[in-house]
Design a protein around this ligand. Structure first.
Ligand SMILES: [Zn+2]
Ligand SMILES: [Zn+2]
Length: 365
């Protein structure tokens, strides 16, 4: 066995970090890998040497001992007797790429189903009060015909004889042991001789499901609800994924939302602002009468307690805030205009005399 320095073998500096070690080893391993160099003892030896160097240097404790004591510190002695178990050394992350599509197969074990996302638009008032909403979802379900096995009804998948169901095969070449997905069963660990016709041997098939989901009061656009276990069914009896419902709350024609409050901009006739009076306003439920106090200014607010949005995850509700603005008649009659001119004269308000166009700069349009 070679007694070369491990750093020299990998061609790295003594200060090399974990990433540098790994990429140096990866480069050498790819170059000298026995699968690429069949019947080449020199390549096998290089590969073995690089693997040994990497195994020691990638372990901080062994590396520290090697740095202090050299080969003696890590229990490797000339002529063999190397102190690590190659079968415990996981090469799969380094070699995933060489084995291409076969890489990463975990055998025929359960694997969880995918999480799904569903976008849903709800109305303003459903967001305020909460709602139970129907939802039609297309997702993978365990195939009822084959009970998820993927084999035709009345038959069973056979355990793969090549890997005895493990889904991976172990290759030994002298010192080195590498595992990779079983080529016989494509890493599944089992072989289906007659695939189930309903799921084409997948064990799962896409189905449409009618669900009802409970949307709590107080949600807003962008709120995300997680429905545990309502995603795709897992493969080989793996756990189901989750369903995420992402909400968009529609705008309302007359109301705006400010936090948990609903805001209504109410156009109040000028005489009512001055003299006070009752008005009827819409709410999310029945219309309500409110009284406008005399001398109400534009922008002042009247709160209707508890008529707003439910507070998400809490008790209680926000308010309906009625914010006063002034109603300007769109096309006043002659009589209305005359009455306003009289009022303007009494109060000294600057108004255009009848029939004269303004010469001042127009600032409103
Ligand atoms: Zn089936
Ligand atoms: Zn197999």
């Amino acid at each position: 066995m070679s007694r070369r320095d491990y750093y020299e073998i990998l061609g790295v500096e003594r200060q090399a970090d974990a990433g540098q070690l790994k990429s140096a080893y990866r480069r050498l391993a790819l170059q000298h890998h026995p699968d690429r160099n069949p019947n080449d003892p020199a390549a096998a030896e290089h590969f073995k040497e690089a693997s040994e160097a990497y195994a020691v240097l990638s372990d901080p404790e062994k590396r520290a001992r090697f740095d202090r004591f050299g080969h003696a510190g890590v229990g490797s002695s000339p002529g063999g007797g190397f102190g690590f178990d190659p079968s415990s050394f996981d090469l799969s992350d380094l070699f995933g790429e060489i084995f291409g599509g076969l890489g990463g197969g975990g055998g025929g074990g359960p694997s969880p189903g995918s999480d799904l996302m569903y976008r849903m638009e709800i109305s303003f008032s459903d967001a305020a009060y909460g709602v139970e909403a129907p939802l039609v979802l297309s997702r993978l379900e365990r195939c009822a015909t084959c009970q998820g096995s993927g084999a035709e009804k009345g038959t069973k998948p056979k355990t793969c004889p090549a890997c005895r169901g493990a889904g991976r095969q172990r290759f030994s070449q002298g010192f080195l042991t590498v595992t990779r997905p079983c080529g016989n069963c494509r890493g599944e660990g089992k072989i289906i001789e007659k695939p189930c016709g309903d799921c084409e041997g997948e064990g799962r098939r896409r189905e449409s499901r009618d669900l009802k989901i409970r949307i709590p009061a107080g949600v807003e656009t962008g709120s995300r609800l997680r429905l545990s276990g309502e995603g795709d069914a897992g493969a080989n009896a793996g756990a189901r994924g989750d369903l995420y419902v992402v909400l968009t709350v529609a705008d309302h024609d007359v109301f705006a939302r400010e936090g948990d409050d609903i805001v209504l901009l109410l156009e109040v006739p000028f005489p009512t602002l001055v003299l006070g009076g009752e008005m009827t306003v819409p709410t999310l439920e029945d219309p309500e009468k409110i009284s406008i106090p005399p001398g109400t200014r534009v922008g002042s607010e009247i709160r209707l307690r508890g008529k707003g949005f439910g507070r998400l995850g809490q008790r209680g509700r926000g308010d309906l805030v009625v914010r006063a603005s002034v109603l300007v008649p769109a096309s006043p009659s002659h009589a209305e205009k005359d009455a306003l001119r009289q009022y303007a004269e009494m109060t000294g308000a600057p108004v255009e005399p009848r029939g004269v166009l303004g010469k001042a700069k127009k600032i409103f349009s």
